[in-house]
Design a protein around this ligand. Structure first.
Ligand SMILES: Nc1ncnc2c1ncn2[C@@H]1O[C@H](COP(=O)(O)OP(=O)(O)OP(=O)(O)O)[C@@H](O)[C@H]1O
Ligand SMILES: [Mg+2]
Length: 349
């Protein structure tokens, strides 16, 4: 007769499986749910901290191996699920509309912030996250075009209703002004526009809100950082020296504002702009390097035609890199949120 399988023996086996990013085991992290033992079959759910976990397959395999080696177990059924932790940082004055808020910034214009924001949002949504995308580039909103949507539904009860495209909720100044109409903002107006995008939009429940910032170190990032807690910011740069100088300026601004830097992305790597600069910068300023995206014509075409490249059928180097970046960002943000939640609470009342 085969030995009796107990929950205790299964949990003890699973407590030897580490979550590689969080450096703790699956049981201590409370990631094992719905454990059931039927005869010689063990089934359970692993609840990760992000549906876009880059190590999902690795964790699943390690858990399977650990359980199958428990005496008596013949088969293991694992369901993968995710519950994105809330970043409970207390800063800013607005209640954040998402569990985690991620800004995409650069020191310089035209480096690919909007392209990356769009693809990051869509990749996280494809992975199963609830994602919002806010176009905070109120002077030159590009998100509607890149996502192929040009209007939002009628407001309901004085709240703006975001458009939905590729599973992502979108809001942009582009929906509120006529095409081609120039926008002139003075400081206080701009400040209130940003606030309204956060408080007067019916975002619903979101795991991630991605914010596409205008270029440079102007008033928008400042307003934003004062308005709500950011989980972190991603800095986009081109591989060449001039862009790097701008990127480090942007990076310093966020450091001064005490916004965590999630990492640096080097965009448009290739023959034209060179390669390696963003990676060097990350090393010098000691922040994570999230990856390089090659210069590819298909990236530009997809932006122009309103179908983000990660949602297309293509599987180019740029697509793979964008997906890997999205997974790393999701993983970093979970780590930050969990660290934050374990930190002593500061009472600002
Ligand atoms: N990896 C890439 N390969 C080819 N073209 C790219 C790539 N990344 C971005 N582009 C193209 O470069 C142009 C600028 O990109 P994008 O608008 O995303 O930059 P931005 O930093 O948001 O610009 P701005 O500062 O004006 O807001 C777009 O036409 C976009 O399609
Ligand atoms: Mg842009």
């Amino acid at each position: 007769m085969s030995p009796k399988i107990t929950s205790k023996s299964i949990l003890s086996a699973l407590s030897k499986v580490q979550e590689p990013e969080l450096h703790k085991d699956l049981v201590s992290l409370n990631m094992i749910r719905d454990l059931e033992i039927k005869n010689d079959t063990v089934s359970f759910t692993i609840v990760l901290t992000t549906p876009a976990c880059p190590l999902k397959a690795t964790i699943e395999m390690a858990a399977r191996e650990a359980v199958i080696s428990v005496a008596g177990v013949k088969s293991v059924e694992i369901k993968m699920d995710a519950n994105v932790p809330v970043d409970s940082k207390i800063r800013g004055q607005l209640q954040p509309p998402a569990r985690n808020v991620i800004a995409v910034a650069s020191g310089k214009g035209g480096v690919g912030k909007s392209t990356i924001s769009v693809n990051l949002a869509v990749a996280l949504a494809i992975a199963g996250g609830r994602v919002g995308l806010l176009d905070a580039d109120i002077y030159g909103p590009n998100i509607p075009m890149m996502m192929g949507v040009h209007e939002i539904p009628e407001p309901v009860k004085n709240k703006l209703i975001p458009a939905v495209a590729f599973g992502v909720k979108l809001m942009s100044m582009g929906f509120l002004v006529k095409p081609g109409q120039p926008l002139i903002w003075r400081g206080p107006m701009l400040n209130s526009a940003i606030r309204q995008f956060l408080s007067d939009v019916e975002w619903g429940e979101l795991d991630y809100l991605i914010i596409d910032l205008p270029p440079g170190t102007g008033d928008v990032p400042l307003s934003l950082v004062q308005a709500l807690p950011l989980s972190g910011v991603i800095i986009v740069t081109l591989p060449q020296a001039v862009s790097l100088e701008d990127a480090s300026r942007g990076l310093e601004m966020f450091r001064t504002l005490e916004v965590p830097i999630l990492g640096i992305i080097e965009n448009m790597r290739g023959d034209f702009f060179g390669s390696g600069g963003g990676e060097d910068l990350a090393r010098i300023v000691k922040v994570p390097f999230l990856g390089a995206i090659p210069m590819e014509q298909s990236v530009r075409i997809s932006s122009d035609t309103g179908v983000p490249i990660v949602a297309s059928q293509l599987n180019s180097a740029a697509v793979q890199s964008l997906i890997s970046i999205a997974e790393q960002v999701a993983a970093r943000v979970s780590v930050i949120a969990l660290e934050q939640n374990n930190a002593p609470k500061i009472n600002l009342a």
